[in-house]
Structure formats: C-alpha cells, structure tokens
Design a protein around this ligand. Structure first.
Ligand code: DON
Length: 587
C-alpha cells in the first residue's frame, strides 16, 4: 500500500519550513510499502502523486480515507466506499463532513457507460418565504441568514447517501455506517486541524449550549491535539439510521430532536419537511474540451454550467503555449471567469423552479461570442459587464472526495453545511451540526451572499426550493474511460478551483499532484479583482496590472482531492496540501 498524508508542522519544523507554492504548511510524505515505512519532508519530489492499481481514495481526512480503502480492499465498489467516507467524515471532520447538510455526488460507471448525478442539496422549509431574511428597514440581515435556526435548510445528506447505496452500491447502509459509528462511539485522536478549527469558531459555538456540550469539555475548556474525541449522541443518531434506514433520520427520535431544536430557536423545519425530503437523480451537464468529455454538476449547482462555459471560451485560445500561470493565461482565464459569474448572477437557480438556460450557457456558439469580446491587451471592467457591490469573502468550509475502484466506477462527491460548522448550532441530543445553507439563496436581488456572489430572481427564496450552489463534483472521461475525478470546497472559488485542476492536467500536462498543488487564481466578476494565491510571480502580477486588472493575494483557495487514471489503467491520487489532514491512499 502506498499512502500520502499531509501533516501540520510541529513548531520547530514550521520555523524551518519555507512557504512552498503558496502554502504556509510544510508537509511530510509517508510512503509505506508493505513492511516498511518512510517519512520525509517533501522537497524536490513534492509533486509525486500516490500510485496504485486496484483502487484509490482521496479525501480531506486520513481516517475517512482509511475506512474507505478498507471497503475497496474487501471488494466493495466506489459507491460503497464513498458512502462510508461521507459518514466517516461526518464524525471526524464535523466542520464540513455532515449529516446535517447536503451535497452532490457524481457516479461514473464505465460498464454501463453512464454518468449520473445525485442531488441531495438541502431544500428550503415549506414555511420559508422570499423576504424572510430582510430586516424591517429592508436590508438583508446576515446574522439571521447565517447563524440562526432559520439559516438551516432541510438536510439531504442521509437521504442522498442512502439512495446512492441502494441504486449503485453493494453493501448495506448499516455496513457503510459501521466505521462512523465506531469512530463516534470509541472516539478518535484529535489532529491539530480539528482543535484549531474549533478554537477559531469558539465564540459562535459557545453561544449554543447544545454546541458547547459537544465541542468543549464539561468544564468549558478546549480539546487539545492528541486527545480523544468521543461523540455519544452522534453515535446514537447514526445507529438509528443503521437500524431504520432513512426513516431513522427523517422520522422518529431524530426528527423529533430536530423539530424540538427548531422550536427552541425559532427555526422553520417541521416534521412534514423532514418526511417530504427527497433527493433527486439528475443528468450531469456534459461538454467537450479539447477531446475530453467533461461531466459536472447540473442545477441546483451553477458549477457544471460555468466550468463548461469557461472551458468553451478558453478552448479558442492556445492555452498550452500561453503557459501555466503566465500573465496572458491568467488574463484570459479571468476574462472568461468574470463573464461566467456575471451570467450566474442572473440565470442560475433551482431548475425545478426556474428555467435555467443550460444549453445556451454551455454552447460553443455562445462561448465564441463571449470570446470575441475579450481583448488580449486590456482587462474588462466588471462595472461595464453589470453593476454590483458585493460583501467581502468569509472563511468557510466544505469537503470534496474522489474515489476510483477496480470495476471501472468513479465517484466524485462534494458536500457541505456551508460555512465551517454551518450555523454553529448542534441539534441538542442528536449530536450533529445544522447547515446554514439558506444563505446561499439571494436574500434580496443584488445583495451578495457570504461569498460575495450576487443572485437574482432565479435564486430567490421559495418554499421547498433548493438554494443555488457552486459545488462542482466533476468526472472527465477520455474515449469512454474514466480519466479524471475532481472537485473542491471553497464557496464561489469551487468553480475556478475545479476548472484549474482540469486545465492543469488537460492543457498543461501536469501530473495530478502538481495540478492540485499549483497556485490558483480566481475572478468572480464582483468584486472586480483577480484573487491569487501565494506563488504567482511578481512579474506576472505587474503584467496583469498593466492590462488593467486589480490583483489581490488572499488565503489559499479550495482543497481539491483528485484522482487521475493513467493510460495504463494505473491510478494516481493527488491530495491537496491546503488541508493538513488531506490524504490519498491506494492499493
Ligand atoms: O453550495 C455552495 O456553493 C456553498 N454552500 C459551498 C460552501 C463552501 O464551499 C465553503 N467552503 N469552503
């Protein structure tokens, strides 16, 4: 078995480490061949992907990776491993792994020659209404849409994972839940990322007695790295699902606990909402980029449509020769990105409620028209595309994982509770955090959400509607074979992060680890700026500024856990060093 794991550096090591490709982490490579373990600080060989023959799992948490790998080794398929991973992450990484949120899963089967999407996005409760987040003066009330019981949509994760397993898996729900139950009941050793995350969110978590009980010790103090974290309430909730299936979550004790939590805090979710929640099977959006078939998430995600739209625009430029992260390439990418995000603000929403012009947005003709507007020597000011005044970025979390098995199946899954720790509200007695996904609706046309994204009528709040997402689980096929499995967290940056992994592989021929690790850029129309990670050269920044771009360096973007299938059928895993617990393992 070969495995690659990233660790946050101990202090002494940290001082010695230098920032590498925009990352302030130092990371260690552990390669464990049978009977032999090796640990080394990555230097020259830092972009070597993990290689395997029979199965590959890449997730944002090594404990989840381990559990999924066992499933594959025991003959389970990628969907079995994916559902096991998702439940394990709900225990080991509660900031984003969840049963109180929702997401999207793409499943590719080479045998059936199909790629399907499972939409288990949260839905607005039936009592939700368009202006529910407006204060009396008509302004959008961010505290209400982000940190209140009303910020929670009806969770979809349990129903979505159960559907995936029932239709495409080979193990039972109880089997897929067993590792998660064990990790919750017996606990696990806390890595630094876990306690750091809780400390960062402490003020908000402490505001709710139900959250304080879970995330802090009985005396109120914080957990430290190296200590064991046990979640008895969550274990009991997971057991009810194992015993009763989805009804063990959407009805009975767990539903009662959710509704009681809502009543305590003025939330809207009712027993009826829970009972009525249904995941949806959707057709992914599909397009072609330089001979590769790209499948990605359809509405209620905007991700797939805009990844294709941007790729279609860029296909007309010789990106391989303009070069990776050169000023000209970044300029062309930013120009394509800003146009896509401007369209997103107007056209995208839940396609069960509004007509989304997917065909038009992803057509090569439309891309040609947009490409024609792009000047190689000058940036387009966003104000001339459409006006706006978005809010600043906010810290956040979501999680993506990719799995490939030996049967020709690939799973690409992104799920979330929106911010790190979602609404920060634990359902008392049930031990899990509620999402604050309602903030992904547009509280008011023209007002930005937490990611600075502007939404319009198409994404207004309506009862039972799904809020617009950027999550973009993506699978690329070449000549009918699975080739690349990717996706990312990162709010509005998900679309551009995923896009760059695709371009890094297809245009720039980087191996999957290099493609994942390389510094990223982002433009989302508003704010009118190119956001970059550390690692873009000063000359490049100067050239972009000369073209009229505003260039700003902010925190690292996304965490893309990705897999590439080589021409020889070998599997290559790239874990994202932007998360210290990221892990790629194969066998
Ligand atoms: O669905 C969406 O687009 C957002 N709720 C995702 C949030 C997210 O990725 C935060 N993570 N980094």
């Amino acid at each position: 078995m070969h495995k690659l794991q990233y660790f946050a550096c101990p202090t002494a090591m940290f001082r010695a480490a230098r920032p590498v490709m925009g990352l302030t982490l130092c990371w260690a490579l552990i390669i464990a061949a049978p009977g032999q373990a090796r640990e080394a600080i990555l230097e020259g060989d830092r972009f070597v992907p993990v290689e395997a023959k029979n199965g590959m799992v890449v997730t944002s948490h090594y404990l989840a990776t381990d559990e999924a790998l066992k499933v594959l080794e025991q003959g389970g398929n990628a969907v079995d491993a994916a559902v096991t991973t998702a439940f394990a992450l709900a225990v080991t990484q509660p900031r984003s792994g969840n049963i109180g949120g929702g997401g999207f899963m793409l499943i590719s089967s080479e045998q059936r020659d199909e790629v399907v999407a499972i939409d288990y996005r949260e839905r607005a409760p039936a009592l939700a209404s368009r202006d529910m987040f407006l204060a009396t003066d008509g302004s959008a009330d961010e505290a209400l849409s982000r940190y209140s019981h009303k910020s929670a949509g009806v969770p979809g994760t349990v129903a979505g994972l159960a559907l995936a397993l029932e239709r495409y898996g080979t193990i039972s729900l109880a089997q897929a839940l067993a590792p998660a139950i064990r990790l919750a009941e017996e606990g696990f050793i806390i890595p630094a990322r876990f306690s750091d995350g809780i400390n960062d969110a402490a003020d908000k978590l402490r505001q709710h007695e139900s959250s304080r009980k879970i995330f802090f010790k009985p005396d109120g103090s914080s957990y430290e790295p190296g200590e064991r974290f046990i979640q008895k309430d969550l274990a009991a909730t997971l057991k009810r699902i194992a015993e009763q299936g989805v009804n063990g979550f959407y009805q009975g004790t767990t539903a009662d606990l959710i509704v009681a939590e809502m009543q305590r805090g003025g939330g809207l979710i009712t027993h009826e909402d829970l009972k009525n929640y249904q995941p949806a099977l959707r057709q992914p959006v599909h397009g072609n980029y330089r001979g590769y078939d790209i499948y990605s998430m359809s509405p209620p995600s905007s991700g797939g449509a805009h990844i294709l739209q941007i790729l279609n625009i860029l296909e007309g430029f010789p990106i391989a020769s303009t070069g990776h992260n050169s000023a000209l390439t970044i300029h062309l990418m930013a120009e394509a990105m800003t146009r896509a995000y401007a369209d997103r603000s107007k056209y995208l929403g839940d396609s069960d409620f509004v007509q989304v012009p997917i065909k038009g947005l992803t057509s090569k003709t439309y891309a040609e028209q947009l490409r024609g507007e792009i000047k190689q020597e000058q940036a387009t000011a966003s104000a001339t595309l459409l006006p706006g005044n978005p809010a600043p970025y906010e810290s956040n979390d979501t999680t993506h994982f990719s799995i490939v098995d030996k049967f020709g199946n690939a799973v690409s899954n992104t799920y979330t509770i929106n911010f790190s720790y979602g609404s920060h509200i634990v359902v008392d007695g049930a031990g899990f955090l509620l999402n604050n996904e309602m903030d992904d609706f547009s509280a008011k046309p023209g007002v930005a959400n937490a990611y600075g994204l502007i939404g319009g009528e198409a994404n207004k709040i309506e009862p039972n509607k799904r809020m617009l997402s950027s999550m973009s689980p993506t699978i690329v096929k070449k000549d009918g074979k699975n080739f690349l499995v990717t996706g990312s967290p990162g709010g509005s940056r998900i679309i551009t992060t995923t896009l760059q992994v695709l371009m890094n592989v297809i245009d720039h021929r980087l191996n999957i680890q290099a493609a994942v690790s390389a510094p990223r850029v982002h433009h989302q129309w508003l704010p009118d700026e190119i956001r970059i990670e550390e690692g873009i050269s000063p000359d490049t920044i100067r050239l972009l500024e000369q073209l009229g771009h505003t260039v700003v360096r902010k925190d690292a973007m996304g965490a893309s856990q990705s897999i590439m299938v080589g021409g020889d059928g070998r599997l290559y895993g790239g874990a994202d060093p932007r998360r210290s617990t990221s892990s790629a393992k194969g066998f």
